[in-house]
Write a protein that binds this ligand. Sequence first.
Ligand SMILES: [Zn+2]
Length: 101
Amino acid sequence: MRMERINFNLKLFIPRDAAVTECPGCKTPGSLLRRKSSGRADHIIQKLTFRKKYHCANCKWNGKISVYRLTKKLRQTLLNYLIIAAASALLLFVIYLLSKR
Ligand SMILES: [Zn+2]
């Protein structure tokens, strides 16, 4: 694997626009409206999970939708980090074995 293929670009998430996102219930685009979070704990959960409550003005659908989508680039970057981590672990293991002699 060549090092220059690794992408450290931080623009890995695409903010999802509720006005464009279609309703999971009736598939109507732009029918989703934000709901206010019911409490402090709820607000924290929303921040941590990047999910926000929505309801549909068309079919009364209620639920949570992820604010961000994982991009293909992010998946590739995570895979790259995993490969680096595995390679580093292997290298450390080899160094450890050599130092024991
Ligand atoms: Zn709907």
